[in-house]
Write a protein that binds this ligand. Sequence first.
Ligand code: PLP
Ligand code: COI
Length: 339
Amino acid sequence: METIDWKNLPFGYLKTDYNVRCYYRNQQWGELEVSDSEYMNIHIAATCLHYGQEAFEGLKVFMGVDGKIRVFRIEENARRMRSSAYGVMMQEVPEEIFTAACIRAVQLNKRFIPPYGTGASLYIRPLLIGTGAQVGVKPAKEYCLLVFTTPVGPYFKEGFKPVAVQIARDYDRAAPLGTGQYKVGGNYAASLRAGERAHCEGFSTVLFLDAKEKKFIDEAGPANFFGIKGDTYVTPLSASILPSITNKSLMTLAEEMGMKVERRHVYIEELGEFEEVGACGTAAVISPIGKIVDRDSGQTFEYCREGKAGPKSTMLYNRIRAIQYGEEADKYGWTTIID
Ligand code: PLP
Ligand code: COI
């Protein structure tokens, strides 16, 4: 195997040995199948290709301080994939199949789990697609669950360093009653133009506003948004954002740390009142936000004046990482050990 520079891994695709597939045909799920191919054979009229019947997940596996392999909150990802399947009328994957496919994919690619201490992890990417042929706009009758893994470093190249984000009003990633709460590819396609423009203009990502009124913060590209004001952790409540499992975990930890948690609309004007703000998600973990620039008005909000994350974001980051790497007792039962 070529040597991998674990400490400098980007968040990108690196070929591993095997992937796992499971097919739904004739109204039933089959057995797990292992493949060493990076390709799949697909019907030219498959609904995933034409009508966006696709959903994916993202979860991480960590090599612990004790040498044990831990996956974080896998049952939550299984649940969310069922919800996404429901959202775009795909066959829901039973939790046992989702979990078994992910665990098998990890076991078959153990040599790609980044060593403890490198800060990297093995990312699991489950994908559910409509493979049955349709030409009319109808759900497929056949589906494929595919799970691949790839070792990754931080999503934003800054890692746990403050990033700059941009508020833009001329693109929405999801409609008010659309598919924003589901992890379906179309939402990401819809975010690409705004995201790439933000990169070109020097920002890590876009801070999307609510599509209807453009008054509230929705989410930060591929991550949820949170702000900290005194002892309160505030995060947007919106039907068009993805319910982040990381955010849910941070809310639990914030409460445990004696903070108050508020899930509610976050007005743009309120950005000036936060002491710390950040983006959170599986890929991003916590990315402290150092600067928010409103592309239309030029208004700028600044945080992290010393060039580093604020104390509460740092505490939350350290806590979640400690649980993931087995440095701290997993009292909520968030991790599953993989043999
Ligand atoms: N929001 C979006 C749009 C995402 O793609 C993700 C990533 O999964 C998140 C939020 C964070 O969710 P989670 O913490 O479950 O990874
Ligand atoms: C994640 O945080 O797991 C994501 O899926 C974000 C992005 C790569 C889509």
